[in-house]
Design a protein around this ligand. Sequence first.
Ligand code: PMV
Length: 322
Amino acid sequence: MSTYTAVAHTNIALIKYWGKKDPQLIIPYNSSLSLTLDQFYTKTTVTPATTDQFTLDAQPITGPGLTKMTAFLDILRAYAKTDQKLAVTSTNHVPTAAGLASSASGLAALTVAATAALGLNLPKQTLSRLARRGSGSACRSIYGGFVEWQKGQTDEDSYGVPLNPAETTDLDIAMIALVISDTAKTVSSRQGMANTVATSPFYPAFVQRCEADLTAIKAAIAAKDLQQVGEIAEANALKMHATMLAATPPFSYFLPETLQAIAAIQQLRTQGYLCYFTMDAGPNIKIICAASQSQRIAQALKKLLPKVAMVIAKPGPGAKLI
Ligand code: PMV
């Protein structure tokens, strides 16, 4: 047992995961599909230690943060059949105030580094299953490019599968992250999902539509039809957000600035720019566009949204030991 360092990149879902069928094992109600991005990643070093320790962005973490980490390490230890404690040091490499969640890259990097430090040498499918237990979306960050999280039925068959095993994509695609707000969200994705599943009458319709959206977007990706990809992804994200408005109590991640950004994107579309948006459990918007047009689109958008910071990201690689 020795020290290992891993890097994992974040991913953004085009077909959303929103709701756990099994909250303990994190088995989702529907399959989802994401793009791993090159600009945002977490680097994590894990060393055998006498007690579990966690340092995040140079800050020692105690209390609930450490408890959560220990609970996840317990899952990895049970798998490795050891009680070895670990010291974890993580750094999030997200451009200043990008307002992007780092749980997917964080839990994927941790899974890769910690399993190695516990003496395991696991296939990616197993790494993806284990990462899922930390944060659902982390199972997709084990791979690069487009990744489908096949929902499965059990712990054994719920994991990420890359659309293209070479982890590359032939599609000319980029995402522009718009920083609407970097303040912490009021409703965590865990809480939000549980509330939606339990109370939203729109939830069954969302789950049902996700299956059709997933089939359609995979066909659009294969056909290199970016417009179709954008249309399907944007509509899927809006369906997810609609489930929340119909929950009891209702909640929403939209800020006034989020709606302004959406209006600006719609305006660019009327001017002939090919750009669509997606949005997760926070007010920030990610634009889906061609990589070859991303600079032009960002410039045009800057005129409409002068105060909004933008980061252009391209498809990124899967998690690995370095
Ligand atoms: O994996 P979590 O618990 O951070 O949930 C992610 C949920 C969304 O980002 C809203 C959608 C998704 O598929 O990533």
